[in-house]
Ligand binder design. Structure first.
Ligand code: PMP
Length: 414
């Protein structure tokens, strides 16, 4: 028995899908201690949009460390935070005409989701939140309360009070006007459901099975929130930071959410950081009202600033488009053609192969691992294979990984 099985909690998960001892990584490759190379189609679950050990970002981080600059800074004003805020304003917010306040939350995505729920409830003085079926927002109790997966919501946790799940445009709901349904719930004095403080949504439900919201749906959601004085919160933790092409995933719908939650790749190098962005008039926090020791990850500020610089010097948005076209064509032509039960969904560099069978999905991803590819399952009952490479992946590596998937499909479907 190894030390992990002997000592680490049973709660560990990714390591069960990918049983190797990992040691080093570069770009879109990760290597085991025995120097086996794996193509990485998981990219730190979306935290490594710029690849492993991106050289540009790495140099900035090394210089920072070598200068004995501030390593831990609570929420003090530091030069690293100043540079990050300036760069984020100059390269992201101003050009997109977005006027958001930035709140630095605890290090992980769920910390920012918690802050969003708390602030929305305070601003509107209403306890209710509408979330969507299939949503995933994190594992702390508030985030769990607005997540759909019943398997992770043990009844005894007592979560989900004041939360109402609305249908997302997916499955048979695709032919149903879900926004009109929400509208009728809000207008019906006998609906039994109070007007919420906020509606939180993902533009692509990644953990829900890579379900892409239609542009018109997002626009109608924005209009509905305006009409009923409800805050619109976009959880862009997994599909923000360029994953769908533009920096924010909601840009494609030309809408402006009242609040945006960002994490995963915002720290650039896989360093933990989470941000809550909100319109200035919502900034009714008292100083210190939402606090935390680790809200100032200086290395993440340095990594985040370097990542934004890297974005300026490369043409990542265009690159994502090119790789998106390749992936879509490959998956439709070479994978969907294997069986009519297979469905392909995705946008940018997040794609799902829905095979509707958990055992088969597990068999395929295990075979991919044997063949040198890390690719994870997601969605209802883990029946969807999720392709989430670094945005910087070379097209030849993307192609190689795709052919491994095809080989595994061919074997498992024969
Ligand atoms: N929201 C979304 C959309 C996510 O994908 C995730 C992480 N998978 C989270 C929230 C939670 O982030 P974290 O795991 O960093 O708490």
């Amino acid at each position: 028995m190894n030390i992990f099985e002997q000592r680490e909690s049973n709660v560990r998960s990714y390591c069960r899908s990918f049983p190797a001892l990992f040691h080093r990584a570069k770009g879109s490759f990760i290597y085991s201690e025995s120097e086996e190379a794996y193509i990485d189609f998981l990219a730190g679950a979306g935290a490594l949009n710029y690849g492993h050990n991106n050289d540009y970002i790495k140099q900035k981080v090394i210089s920072y460390l070598q200068a004995d600059a501030i390593a831990h800074g609570l929420d003090l004003h530091t030069s690293a935070k100043e540079e990050f805020l300036c760069k984020f304003s100059e390269t992201v917010l101003y050009p997109k005409n977005l006027d958001y306040r930035v709140q630095f939350c605890g290090p992980t995505g769920t910390n920012a989701v918690e802050a969003a729920l708390k602030l929305a409830r305070k601003v509107k003085n209403r306890p209710g939140i509408f979330s969507f079926m299939g949503a995933y927002h994190g594992m702390t109790l508030g985030s769990l309360s607005i997540s759909g997966n019943r398997d992770i919501k043990h009844g005894a946790y007592g979560t989900s009070s004041n939360v109402t799940f609305m249908p997302y445009p997916y499955g048979f709901m695709e032919s149903f006007d879900t926004i009109e349904f929400i509208e009728s719930v809000l207008n019906d004095v006998n609906s039994g459901i109070e007007k919420p403080a906020a509606i939180i949504f993902e533009t692509v439900q990644a953990e829900g099975g890579v379900i892409v919201a239609p542009i018109e749906w997002m626009q109608k959601l924005r209009t509905l929130c305006d009409k009923h004085d409800i805050l619109l919160i976009c959880d862009d933790i997994q599909v923000g930071c360029g994953r769908t092409g533009p920096f924010f995933s909601f840009e494609r719908a030309n809408i402006v959410p009242d609040m945006v939650v960002l994490s995963k790749s915002i720290g650039g190098y896989g360093f933990p950081m989470s941000l809550l962005l909100f319109k200035p008039e919502l900034d009714i926090w008292e100083p210190g009202e939402h606090n935390g020791t680790f809200r100032g990850n200086q290395l993440a500020f340095v990594g985040g600033t370097a990542a934004l610089e890297y974005r300026e010097t490369t043409n990542l948005e265009q690159e994502v488009k090119i790789k998106e076209s390749f992936l879509q064509k490959f998956l439709v032509d070479k994978i969907a053609s294997i069986s009519e039960t297979i469905k392909i969904r995705g946008i940018g560099l997040i794609w799902g192969i829905d095979i509707g069978d958990a055992n088969l999905a597990k068999k395929i991803t295990s075979r991919c691992f044997e063949l040198g590819l890390i690719v994870e399952k997601t969605g209802r009952n883990n029946t969807v294979i999720k392709i989430l490479p670094a945005l910087t992946i070379e097209i030849s590596t993307l192609e190689k990984g795709c052919f491994i998937i095809k080989e595994a499909f061919d074997e498992c479907f024969s």
